[in-house]
Design a protein around this ligand. Structure first.
Ligand SMILES: Nc1ncnc2c1ncn2[C@@H]1O[C@H](COP(=O)(O)OP(=O)(O)O)[C@@H](O)[C@H]1O
Ligand SMILES: [Mg+2]
Length: 169
């Protein structure tokens, strides 16, 4: 698994790609429900599909390889974990190099949350490139509230992940 595992999905590395597979539970009202997670999945897929309208922005987002249905998820002890997941709510992305985990902060070296770049200890990286990308997402109606930026230090190679259509129904 890549990252610590969130409330909506787990991201797995498989055959050189990253697969974001959404969780079936637990039910936490109002939004973190089975239906809520399905909606977030759809909204993220639609957001990736909208990027063709802005080739520059598409180039600064993880490449989207489409949706897929997972047959099974096998745990470390060999048991099936399929009931934990919405097996038809999965999309594949280009696998980005997260780098090592920084022993001091516990975060991946190459990844920063957008909010840290805007308001945190990394604001010097926000000006220009990250800010431009944020404005372009906004123009497409894509929300970047929870986004991470990979390779955030580099205006040429930085890439966004984790965004969705704003106010999706
Ligand atoms: N394409 C990718 N390449 C490498 N790592 C990724 C990729 N997508 C996600 N990750 C890792 O998985 C974590 C969780 O993914 P994310 O899409 O942010 O899920 P969530 O919606 O649960 O926050 C990210 O913070 C990152 O560390
Ligand atoms: Mg995230």
């Amino acid at each position: 698994m890549l990252g610590p595992g969130g409330n909506y999905a787990h991201v797995f590395e498989l055959d050189g790609k990253a697969y974001k597979l959404f969780l079936a539970g637990p039910e936490i009202l109002p939004r973190q429900t089975r239906d809520g997670r399905k909606r977030v999945f759809k909204s993220q897929v639609e957001a990736y599909q909208l990027l063709f309208r802005d080739p520059w922005l598409q180039n600064h987002s993880a490449t989207f390889y489409g949706v897929c249905t997972i047959e099974d998820v096998i745990g470390g002890d060999g048991n099936s974990l399929r009931d934990d997941y919405l097996l038809d709510c999965c999309y594949a992305l280009e696998l980005l190099d997260l780098g090592e985990i920084d022993p001091i902060t516990g975060f991946y070296m190459n990844e920063a949350k957008l909010v840290w770049l805007k308001h945190g200890h990394l604001t010097s990286y926000y000006e220009n490139h990250v800010k431009d990308a944020e404005a372009r997402f906004k123009m497409l109606g894509i929300a970047t509230m929870d986004s991470s930026v990979l390779f955030y230090r580099d205006p040429e190679t930085f890439k966004f992940i984790d965004f969705e259509i704003e106010n999706y129904y």
